[in-house]
Ligand binder design. Structure first.
Ligand SMILES: [Zn+2]
Length: 427
């Protein structure tokens, strides 16, 4: 996991968001829609049919559970009701779109081109080349009745393609709840408990709705990768992921009258990190929570061996050219013990960097978290650590551990986002 962004639009916070995997929730059980008891006579009160012995007296019915209180509402006027705009990949020179009966419309909604099977697009300055012969003004909307395929992703809805400076941007326009189910299916193992997946669905929905209220770019709300939330289209969305989205439809986390920043990560490794320590932005409900529910995570403990060549490569990417004698050290830690500052030095050159920058350059899947130690061994280093991801907000493996202990998605969310209020998003 990964990612960052906060209501203020802080780029630092936005950049810090690394998500990596998932969580769960609980359903409302449909109680609210059930007819009240006592409207019809019970079977015991009805006259018995001829020849049928009267039914034995029934034990008294258990007291009906009170219907769940309606959720408070949080207004999301600029986000509710509109689809999510998801940037697919980096801007590129060319783009291949597959699908049957592909059609394109211009910005005014007039049809401008069609093709069946596949079409190759390329950027020509600020215009779009459609196949070999046709040049279209940017942007265009592209759709096909049975969906489109781009970069191996099967997509529903339409794609907006725009050309800018000789590059194409492809933005999928995805219905909100379709997006939530798709992200849940990629950010958490399907083996997770439905309650932890439902908690994740609420976090995913809250995160994207907040992003939609303050889009990072005019062209899109979120990117499809770990910088925001992983979105791979509609292929392989597990039934349980759809169920988690459906059972929490419209539910979000609110704080102070607005949407909370519902960041999450795979595994905290013992305690979650504060937003202040991770990204320099104090967020009241993103504080450190002790968590031993993530012990079943395969990343609860990890190690990584970095050889000298790889160490030099990482150092170079951080501005230190090392021929030999490279030193990599942790020089500062956050209040939860995670590495915050590091020094890389070779010869007479020494550079102090953020540990987060080091982790980014080394690779998030290699140096899985900053709750780590570094020991020089031979010509390289051994990194040993606990947890996976930035550690802020909900620990998904911890959420799953809670769910498997019988906790509900509401209890999970209350633990990892203390002070937030489960609410219903309204326009
Ligand atoms: Zn945890």
């Amino acid at each position: 996991m990964r990612r960052r962004r906060v209501a203020s639009g802080s780029a630092v916070f936005a950049a810090a968001l690394l998500l990596f995997s998932g969580a769960a929730a609980l359903q409302f059980g449909g109680c609210a829609g059930a007819p009240p008891r006592g409207e019809k006579p019970s079977a015991a009160e009805a006259p018995p049919a001829v020849g049928v012995p009267p039914a034995a007296p029934r034990p008294p019915a258990p007291a009906a559970a009170p219907p769940p209180a309606p959720l408070p509402q949080v207004r999301t006027p600029s986000a509710s009701g509109r689809p999510v705009r998801v940037l697919l990949g980096a801007p590129r020179k060319a783009l291949s779109i597959g699908g049957e009966s592909i059609r394109a419309w211009n910005a005014a909604g007039a049809p401008v081109a069609e093709r069946s099977g596949a079409v190759d697009l390329s950027a020509n300055g600020e215009k779009i080349r459609w196949g070999r012969e046709t040049t279209l003004p940017s942007p265009i909307d592209v759709a096909a009745p049975s969906g489109l395929r781009i970069d191996g992703k099967q997509l529903v809805g339409r794609i907006r393609v725009s050309a800018r400076n000789g590059r194409l941007l492809a933005v999928a326009v995805v219905p909100l709840e379709e997006y939530v189910a798709a992200v849940v299916s990629r950010e958490a193992p399907v083996s997770f408990h439905i309650e932890s997946l439902s908690a994740l669905a609420v976090a995913v929905r809250t995160y994207v709705l907040q992003s939609m209220e303050k889009p990072r770019e005019p062209t899109h709300d979120v990117v499809a990768g770990v910088e925001d939330q992983v979105y791979d289209g509609r292929d392989g969305i597990a039934e349980v992921s759809r169920k988690a989205a459906e059972s929490t439809r419209g539910q979000v986390l609110a704080y102070g009258g607005g949407l909370a920043r519902a960041v999450y990560h795979s595994t905290c490794g013992g305690s979650t990190e504060t937003a202040k320590d991770a990204w320099g932005t104090d967020v009241p409900y993103l504080r450190s929570i002790a968590c031993d529910d993530c012990r079943d995570s395969p990343s609860y403990r990890w190690d990584y061996r970095m050889d000298a060549r790889e160490g030099r490569k990482v150092a170079l990417s951080l501005g230190v050219r090392a021929d030999k004698g490279l030193r990599i050290e942790i020089t500062g830690r956050s209040s939860t013990g995670r590495a915050s500052r590091m020094r890389i030095a070779s010869g007479g050159v020494s550079r102090e960097i953020s540990a987060a920058a080091f982790r980014r350059e080394a690779g998030y899947a290699r140096v899985k978290s900053l709750m780590m130690e570094i020991v020089p061994v031979g010509n390289g280093w051994v990194f040993t650590g606990r947890g996976y991801g930035h550690g802020v907000g909900m620990c998904q493996w911890g959420a799953d551990g809670m769910a498997k202990r019988g906790k509900t998605f509401q209890e999970i969310l209350s633990r990892y986002y203390p002070g937030t209020v489960l609410s219903r998003s309204t326009p």
